[in-house]
Design a protein around this ligand. Structure first.
Ligand code: ADP
Ligand code: MG
Length: 187
């Protein structure tokens, strides 16, 4: 814990994150050149996530979705380590309660829809309840069409080289444009 705080102070992410191309107010593109950069981008995003936020991660196997989620969980302040929720579909990561005795701390939900077999199976996943309790990240969101809220932050990750990934963030809705703005301003 102490060590990661130390690094966050003395090695700010913007020293490591590569150039960010703001395409317009709801799109940005980032090239990640290695897994560490991807985790840094995630860390910054994780620091900005709030209860009710949904982030969709689209990209082939090995694109780096789970690697990004590791960074998000760290930036978000997760007490738990990230694993791929392939068999249990949804992981929930806890965060320490900032104000002792206060409200229940929010959860960070991490869903992997890759193994969803049918639309009815997808419908059993209660996204709304999760969004009421925390933020939600969905890998393979395209496997549950119609269930993802129309307002979301959608990230596509493309494999463009052995360790190079092209990331494109698209914000739909005011809250998500706000999130993108935070990501950019931090750069
Ligand atoms: N720039 C990069 N960003 C993310 N992962 C990368 C990058 N370059 C290489 N990798 C490797 O690609 C793999 C991505 O795996 P993972 O994050 O599990 O992908 P996914 O969840 O999309 O299937 C890891 O082995 C990681 O080390
Ligand atoms: Mg994965």
């Amino acid at each position: 814990m102490y060590v990661s705080t130390f690094f966050r102070v003395y090695l700010p992410p913007h020293g490591i994150i590569p150039s960010m191309l703001a395409v317009d107010s709801h799109t940005i593109e980032i090239t990640s050149r290695n897994p560490e950069q991807t985790r840094r981008i995630g860390e910054r995003l994780g620091g900005a996530l709030q209860t009710g936020d949904i982030l969709c991660l689209q990209g082939d196997l090995g694109a780096g979705k789970t690697t990004l989620v590791q960074g998000i969980a760290q930036g978000w302040g997760s007490l738990d380590s990230v694993s791929s929720p392939t068999f249990i579909l949804v992981n929930a990561y806890r965060r320490a309660d900032e104000k002792k005795g206060g409200t229940t701390p929010p959860l960070l939900f991490h869903m992997d829809a890759y193994r969803l077999d049918s639309a009815s199976e997808a419908e059993e996943l209660d996204l709304d309840s999760m969004l009421a309790e925390g933020a939600l990240i969905v890998e393979w969101p395209e496997r549950m069409p119609g269930l993802i809220p129309t307002e979301n932050l959608w990230l596509t990750i493309e494999h463009t080289g052995e360790t190079e990934r092209e990331m494109k963030f698209t914000a739909s809705g005011k809250r998500y444009e706000e999130l993108l703005k935070l990501l950019r301003e931090d750069a």
